[in-house]
Design a protein around this ligand. Structure first.
Ligand code: DAH
Length: 342
């Protein structure tokens, strides 16, 4: 076969093979086969050394032209496939930015701790400072110093978890009162938030673990009117929807005299009567009273010189009222579907 024929055959071969190429990878393989170190065009170039000297320049030029042409063709085909492949890839990776995104759940503060913090913020804004008493407490601070004698029937109100005869899980945040009195002289204006524990049968209404905020103010002239006004201001800030009315009913707690239950008008029905307020128009929200002289004495404060008020309320109860939750167990079940709502 003379050289011209070889050139033609090679050219045809490249064209037909290129015609059946379907992707960039195929073109790359062809490039190696024809133009690579051991490629067909390359071998043709090498074979020129056997030609008579005078033919070399001309034939060499023809083969180089062939090489250039083939190179161009392969490069063009490569570019075309690359573009097609890029277009296909972009189309397959296309993102519909008009679709609503998938929201990732990031977690949020527990509804009870959230409300606890909100209440703390309001009370701090009203001039109270925050003190924390221990969850594991002595019988003394939880009961005895608060005027619960060892055999006092009022202890029946608190079903207590005892760790031993002396130590227990506090049943209320009132345990902080005498600790604070011992630590700082009056005037004292303190709130004590925290966990409380009772050995109760768990039901929709009561649980073994709940939260309270205790508040107390001890000074030379403290009155029931101060107490009621403070509670009214606080609850008006916590439930700001409407003009808030407050009332108190006599009740008994050993550490206050007089003692009372405090109700606020039902903010759900505007005091008209609804299932939340059991059709009374009132919601029971706190226990309160004037600190008993014996309790002041336990704290080393002279009851002839000082007076104090105290209150305590449960956070779960307030959360249930605010959000219309009818089962206290929900707070501790850790069901994300419930907790994520707040
Ligand atoms: N410690 C009481 C309880 O858990 C609540 C309470 C009632 C606190 C009257 C007070 C108070 O400070 O004056 O049942």
């Amino acid at each position: 076969m003379d050289i011209e024929e070889k050139i033609r055959t090679l050219q045809e071969k490249v064209e037909s093979e290129l015609g059946s190429c379907s992707d960039a990878k195929g073109v790359e393989e062809l490039t190696v086969r024809f133009l690579g170190k051991k490629g067909e065009v390359t071998s043709l170039l090498h074979s020129l050394k056997d030609l008579p000297k005078e033919q070399k320049p001309l034939v060499g030029k023809r083969v180089n032209e062939l090489k250039g042409k083939i190179q161009e063709k392969l490069e063009a085909a490569l570019a075309q496939f690359a573009q097609k492949e890029l277009a296909a890839r972009l189309a397959s990776e296309q993102v519909d930015i008009s679709l609503p995104g998938k929201r990732r759940f990031r977690g949020n503060r527990h509804v009870v701790l959230d409300l606890l913090q909100e209440a703390i913020d309001i009370l701090v804004g009203m001039g109270f400072s925050v003190q924390y008493g221990p969850d594991i407490e002595s019988d003394y601070y939880n009961f005895e110093a608060l005027n619960f004698a060892p055999d006092h029937p009022a202890r029946d109100m608190h079903d207590t978890f005892y760790l031993n005869t002396e130590t227990l899980l506090r049943t209320h945040t009132s345990n902080t009162q005498v600790r604070v009195m011992e630590a700082c002289p009056p005037p004292i204006r303190v709130i004590a938030p925290g966990k409380c524990f009772r050995n109760e049968d768990v039901s929709a209404r009561s649980h073994v673990l709940f939260h309270q905020i205790e508040g107390f103010y001890i000074d030379r002239e403290v009155t029931l009117a101060d107490l009621l006004h403070t509670l009214k201001s606080f609850f008006s800030k916590l439930f700001p929807n409407q003009e808030l009315k407050i009332r108190s009913r006599p009740s008994y707690f050993p550490f206050v005299e007089p003692g009372m239950e405090v109700d606020i008008c039902c903010f759900v029905c505007g005091a008209k009567g609804c299932p939340i307020c059991k059709h009374t128009g009132w919601l029971e929200v706190a226990g309160a009273g004037m600190i008993h002289p014996e309790v002041l004495k336990s704290g080393g404060i002279d009851p002839e010189e000082y007076l104090g008020y105290a209150w305590g309320f449960g956070i779960e109860r307030l959360a249930m009222l605010r959000y219309g939750i009818d089962d206290i167990r929900l707070f501790l079940e850790n069901d994300a579907r419930f907790l994520q709502q707040f």
